[in-house]
Design a protein around this ligand. Structure first.
Ligand code: B12
Length: 210
């Protein structure tokens, strides 16, 4: 069934992909597992785009399919039942980058795990992050980015936050090109490969058990 889902996405069969997602969910397959298969499919499409076999329309169509799948998954994302808010997180996709599907998934997971998340959207300037942290008195900032070109705005955003004297605020980063080296380079406090990492990192920072 997982192969069927990957095939449906990579064949741009939206109805098929949504029907399979439904079947998987009613068969008690975890949303995280369905996300993993979707990610594999997006990787295949991204790779074909990179070698010039696919173009922007294919990215747009597959992005729309993935968006619809994640909307279907959101009610099934389970937290740990925490009722009181653990802390505030300001989250956004950095300047110059408009990829937001992954951002929305991470925000949903933080939300169901007890965090209050202020979603700044996409193409968010460093200054806007600083203002939002000050306005909401957030303890944590999450930066998402999928373009290699997003790394520099991430570095600028970390510098702007620390430069504004918000030295107690922790910054985590994630998205396509992000790894340990990029994390060190940007000066961020942590990086994560997926939404569960984001939850574990944030919980660690507020002293809650992961
Ligand atoms: C869909 C898509 C699009 C859609 C986005 C739709 C949307 N609403 O988001 C559209 C069509 C808009 C798009 C546009 C472009 N795209 Co695009 N896109 C993709 C694609 C196929 C999938 C991205 C995605 O959503 N993946 C699914 C998510 C769910 O996967 P995930 O990584 O597992 O998500 C987890 C982690 O990232 C992590 N995470 C994410 N953020 C954070 C944050 C924190 C704090 C933490 C801890 C974790 C975390 O948690 C997530 C959930 O578990 C990728 C290919 C790929 N391999 O990723 C290319 C890709 C990212 N795009 C690419 C490019 C080049 C572009 C364009 C420049 C194309 C163009 N010529 O215009 C434009 C850029 C526009 C812009 N200014 O941003 C390149 C980037 C290359 C590079 N290295 O810079 C890629 C890699 C394709 C490729 N292989 O060439 N794109």
């Amino acid at each position: 069934m997982s192969k069927e889902l990957i095939d449906a996405i990579t064949n741009f069969d939206k109805d098929g992909a949504l029907a399979i997602t439904n079947q998987l969910l009613s068969g008690d397959v975890k949303p995280e597992e369905i996300l993993d298969h979707s990610r594999t499919a997006m990787q295949i499409i991204g790779d074909k785009f990179e070698i010039g076999e696919y173009f922007l329309p294919e990215l747009i169509i597959s992005g729309d399919i993935l968006s619809n799948i994640t909307d279907q998954l959101k009610p099934f994302l389970q937290g740990d039942g925490t009722k009181e808010k653990l802390g505030k997180v300001v989250f956004g996709t950095v300047a110059g980058d408009i990829h937001d599907i992954a951002k929305d998934i991470v925000i949903s997971m933080l939300d169901v795990n007890g965090f209050e998340v202020i979603d700044l959207g996409v193409d968010v300037s460093a200054q806007r992050f600083v203002e939002a942290v000050q306005e909401h008195q957030a303890e944590i900032v999450g930066l998402s980015g999928f373009l290699t070109l997003a790394i520099e705005p991430m570095r600028d955003t970390v510098a702007a936050i620390k430069g504004a004297g918000l030295t107690n605020v922790k910054v985590m980063i994630g998205g396509g090109p992000i790894n340990e080296l990029v994390c060190e380079d940007t000066g961020a406090d942590a990086w994560g490969a997926n939404a569960m990492d984001a939850v574990a990192i944030a919980k660690g920072w507020v002293g809650a058990t992961a």
